[in-house]
Design a protein around this ligand. Structure first.
Ligand SMILES: Cc1cc2nc3c(=O)[nH]c(=O)nc-3n(C[C@H](O)[C@H](O)[C@H](O)COP(=O)(O)OP(=O)(O)OC[C@H]3O[C@@H](n4cnc5c(N)ncnc54)[C@H](O)[C@@H]3O)c2cc1C
Length: 407
């Protein structure tokens, strides 16, 4: 039997769900508010297009924090290997780069992958209705939509619905978070959106901003609370950004809820033991300036001396012991996270308590949810797109099971 299924939202979660549902023989229509689908998917492509990660599933799952047990299920249903196979089937081979990150092979562009995907959806008979904004629910099964090109509002009565409307960052891609009102109207209270995987603000002096501007600090470790992340930090005019900062946004958010500024600690020499660090700093300094001494003994050139002067009093660099302590714990006082619209992803959204094990809304049987509109977060490294694909596939499976049980 073939059913009519509405998928709302043409991001990776919605499109993957549409593909799975059409492959199962159903009539699928994707409603997308923007003039084109997959805008954030293409934006993700600008930064290297890290599709997933080749890390073993057991450790992969751990990146989903408190939602790990649920993601263990979603990931085993549509795994990182499945995602790579999916891309290969569309003619886009992938490769494993540093830290297990998976990318399309050199020369294959994100737009090519999206084009091939849309071609596959067309072959499967998926209908794409762009410039169609979902406005809310209508009766027990219906949806209210507006054709943005004519302004006309209308209702549809699909056999099942899958919502994949995204989070609330990078509004210009279409993920505007406006859907919360329609969900609130049926009694679903989304957890407040918050920026995830974003930069952190530090009130640098005008002198520091002018002198340092944007500067990378390689091979460092950053710590917030009991979490430590290695990587490359970028000092910017507003504060800090880069993979380790992004990974610490949940910890920083928690810390900021209790204290401002939040204590972010930078270890400039994580590969040296305390004893090694002290031994190097114990060498006679002669008449050398701090900058010259740090460059010679530890290869810590600019902007490190300026940074140390910015955040620590002179006595913190006065003795080898004090300097060793400081280099291990350079305080970076974070006053706030960057605004939501700039964030790579969004924390908050539909709480998992509002959906059943198949990602169906408890308050609205027959309506399923996938992707970033659910309340989960994960670091960069391929875990975001993988999470969207895997929840999309799992919700599609839920739709199929539900339709079967109803008929
Ligand atoms: C700069 C940047 C770089 C990134 N890089 C990576 C990366 O390298 N690797 C990675 O794993 N992830 C990356 N991400 C994250 C990834 O792109 C997102 O997690 C993913 O796109 C979310 O997918 P989604 O399908 O849940 O939602 P989205 O992609 O946000 O799609 C939701 C869709 O729903 C539509 N919509 C919203 N409201 C309505 C409505 N009322 N009616 C109809 N349609 C509606 C939107 O227009 C949009 O097309 C990056 C994100 C950004 C911003």
């Amino acid at each position: 039997m073939s059913f009519s299924i509405a998928v709302v939202g043409g991001g990776p979660a919605g499109l993957l769900a549409a593909q799975r549902l059409a492959e199962a023989g159903h009539r699928v229509t994707v409603y997308e508010a923007q003039a084109t689908v997959g805008r954030k998917f293409l934006v993700a492509g600008h930064g290297g297009f890290n599709l997933t990660n080749a890390e073993p599933l057991a450790t992969f799952e751990a990146h989903y924090g408190a939602t790990q047990p649920r993601f263990a299920t979603y990931l085993s249903h549509f795994s990182p290997a499945d995602l790579r196979q999916w891309a290969t089937n569309l003619g886009i081979p992938t490769f494993v780069g540093t830290s297990g990150r998976v990318f399309p092979l050199a020369g294959y562009k994100p737009a090519q992958l999206l084009r091939a995907w849309l071609g596959r959806l067309q072959e499967l008979g998926v209908e794409l209705k762009t410039r169609h904004r979902w406005l809310g629910f209508a009766g027990a099964n219906g949806l209210r939509l507006r054709d943005e090109s004519t302004g006309q509002e209308f209702e549809i009565q699909p056999d099942a619905t899958l919502l994949a409307l995204g989070g609330a960052s990078w509004r210009k891609t279409g993920s505007d978070g406006q859907w919360t009102t329609a969900l609130a109207n049926i009694g679903v209270t989304p957890t407040a959106f918050a920026p995830s995987n974003c930069g952190a603000e530090i009130q640098w002096s005008a002198f520091f901003r002018e002198k340092v501007g944007r500067a990378p600090l390689k091979n460092i470790a950053l710590r917030c609370g009991d979490q430590q992340v290695r990587g490359e930090l970028l000092l910017t005019d507003y504060g800090v950004e880069g993979t380790p900062v992004y990974a610490l946004t949940p910890a920083l958010r928690t810390a900021l809820a209790h204290n401002t500024p939040a204590p972010l600690l930078l270890d400039l020499k994580p590969d040296l033991s305390d004893a090694q660090l002290l031994q190097k700093l114990g060498q006679p300094r002669g008449g050398k300036s701090l900058a010259a001494f740090l460059t010679k003994t530890l290869h810590l050139g600019p902007p490190v001396p300026t940074l140390l002067r910015e955040v620590a009093p002179p006595e913190a660099t006065a003795t080898p012991e004090a300097l060793a302590r400081l280099l291990r714990h350079v305080p970076l006082p974070v006053t706030r996270l960057r605004p939501l619209d700039e964030a790579i992803s969004t924390a908050g959204g539909i709480p998992f308590a509002e959906v059943d094990d198949h990602l169906m809304l408890r308050r609205r049987p027959g309506t399923f949810v996938a992707g970033e509109m659910l309340d989960w977060e994960a670091p960069t490294g391929g875990y975001l797109l993988q999470g969207c694909f895997s929840t999309g596939a799992w919700a599609a499976r839920g739709v199929l099971g539900w339709l079967e049980a109803q008929n």
